[in-house]
Ligand binder design. Sequence first.
Ligand SMILES: [Zn+2]
Ligand SMILES: [Zn+2]
Length: 236
Amino acid sequence: MSFTTMLIITLCLFMAGNIFGIIYSYLVLSTTVFEKYRIQKKPYKKGVFKDRFPLYIFNVFLLTISSTIGIYFLYDSVESNFPAWWVLIVQVLIIFLADDVWFYFFHRWMHTNKTVLKKVHSIHHRAHTPFPLDYLYVHPFEWTFGIIGAVVAILAMINFWDLSIYSFWGFVFLRNLHEIHIHSDLKLPLLKNIPLISPVEDHDVHHEKLDGNYASTFRIWDWIMKTRFKEKNVAE
Ligand SMILES: [Zn+2]
Ligand SMILES: [Zn+2]
């Protein structure tokens, strides 16, 4: 596979996810298609999508630049053949687990450090009632540093195990869909109980209350550290 093909497929995957996010957000904000599945019920502020659009675009731009640089440096080190299915699944899972542990502690730190909360993370929390594309509504610092866990896992796998580009694509595509999902504010019948995966309510309540449920993909770290929102309140 040539460098150009690898880069184009990577960027197309990101774009496909974001275009899906835009269409999904439009349906949530401007139609009543999903109305009965909404968790918070509060009406969205008029013009909210337009107001947030410049930051969405800026973060997509950062993502495009960083993926181009990433693919440039990793091109010779990644395996471009399709791997055995078990290899694909295990590699995707390892990247998810590393990403999750980093995201949990980084996110929690952004809440405990009041300066960072005020100057950086509060931007994402302007979305008290989130909608799908709000996963992109984050300060560029948070957006850039948020990927460190996945980057470390990718670099480790390149050195200790042949990382397949398909595992990387599998991770970015599923992670993108999951981020869109947990910001949707929707409790959809088929997606409300995916085994082991953190449900929409967890992150939704985090946006509404600005507290607890710091994990993104799994619930593991909120369980271990006892920061699940409900448990926290019971304990207090
Ligand atoms: Zn937060
Ligand atoms: Zn969020």
